[in-house]
Design a binder for this molecule. Structure first.
Ligand code: UTP
Length: 291
């Protein structure tokens, strides 16, 4: 069965980015001149997704307006002959995007549950709004190719340093074939030193609709939130859930330092910014800027 729908949860409180996220979702924070969520939407579209539902909370308007047609802005750009900017804004308004509101930020599992009526009874994708993954074959496409082979849920994983496993959902792998793992257990945020492996769940999921059965009865888990990983662990007991170690560089833009690194790297990849930024970085390096 073909995967056509994707959920992008973007209703978290973004506390690591306060006060910037007090009135604006962190998914709207720009990487150079493009909001983070636009990179995520592009990955979904490039992977062949036809319908996207964004789960929003506070700051709903900013996300909706971003992907909407803006008559006033377009007329203004046309009058000024700024056709390159017109092309840029069209890139973000050509997909079929729907919105649903998560009334309370009760966790990722609850955000996915909120979108159940839009998904219905078919397998679907989840892309977290704060992980950008760069690769020639989009990360989600890689997972969809594996899904075509196994026709069961496939969760994106990558290796992380052992000292960081307590921040993630982590898998306990059983067998591996071409980076596709059968999984014994999925554990959310294992206490430091107890993680069953260093293979961490990284913001991309393909799930069968049976996950909703487990999200429906889901209790509060790690961090006082309704955890998606806990529901996946239960699903894996009745229906195989695979993990796939995808290729690509991942940028965790929900973390402050990673956000800054992402901005610098993405700017260095741009012809209009590379040289001046490089000169500036060299200049900073030569000075003792901490004084
Ligand atoms: P995070 O835990 O990274 O987001 O959730 P957060 O809670 O907003 O961030 P901090 O830790 O307070 O800084 C991962 C993804 O799940 C969404 C977030 O928007 C993010 O894209 N999410 C999380 C929801 O949609 N609803 C929730 O209740 C929680």
């Amino acid at each position: 069965m073909k995967i056509k729908k994707a959920i992008i949860p973007a209703a978290g409180l973004g506390t690591r980015f306060l006060p910037a996220t007090k009135a604006m979702p962190k998914e709207m924070l720009p990487i150079v001149d493009r909001p983070t969520i636009e990179y995520i939407v592009k990955e979904a579209v490039d992977s062949g997704i036809e319908d996207i539902i964004i789960v929003t909370g506070k700051g709903k308007r900013a996300i909706e307006d971003h992907f909407d047609y803006s008559f006033e802005l377009e007329e203004n750009l046309k009058r000024k002959g700024k056709y390159d900017l017109l092309d840029e804004i069209h890139k973000s308004s050509n997909v079929d995007i729907h919105y649903i509101r998560q009334k309370e930020a009760k966790g990722l599992g609850h955000a996915i549950w909120s979108a159940r009526k839009f998904i219905g009874n078919e397998p679907f994708a989840v892309l977290l709004g704060d992980d950008i993954i760069k690769n020639e074959t989009p990360c989600l496409r890689q997972l969809m190719d594996r899904f075509d082979e196994v026709e069961q849920s496939v969760i994106g994983v990558q290796q992380v340093p052992e000292s960081e496993t307590h921040r993630y959902g982590v898998i306990s792998p059983l067998t591996e074939e071409n980076k596709l793992y059968q999984v014994e257990r999925f554990v959310e945020k294992p206490p430091q030193g107890t993680a069953p492996s260093n293979l961490a769940i990284i913001g991309r999921y393909l799930l069968t609709p049976q996950i909703f059965d487990f999200l429906a009865e889901q209790q509060i888990g790690a961090g006082g939130e309704i955890q998606l990983t806990d529901a996946i662990e239960k699903l894996n007991k009745v229906q195989k859930v695979y993990a796939y170690e995808f290729e690509g560089k991942r940028y965790d833009v929900g973390e402050k330092f990673d956000f800054i690194k992402t901005t610098v790297e993405f700017a260095l990849q741009r012809d209009d910014l590379r040289d001046q930024l490089m000169d500036y970085l060299v200049e900073l390096h030569q000075k003792d800027y901490r004084l």
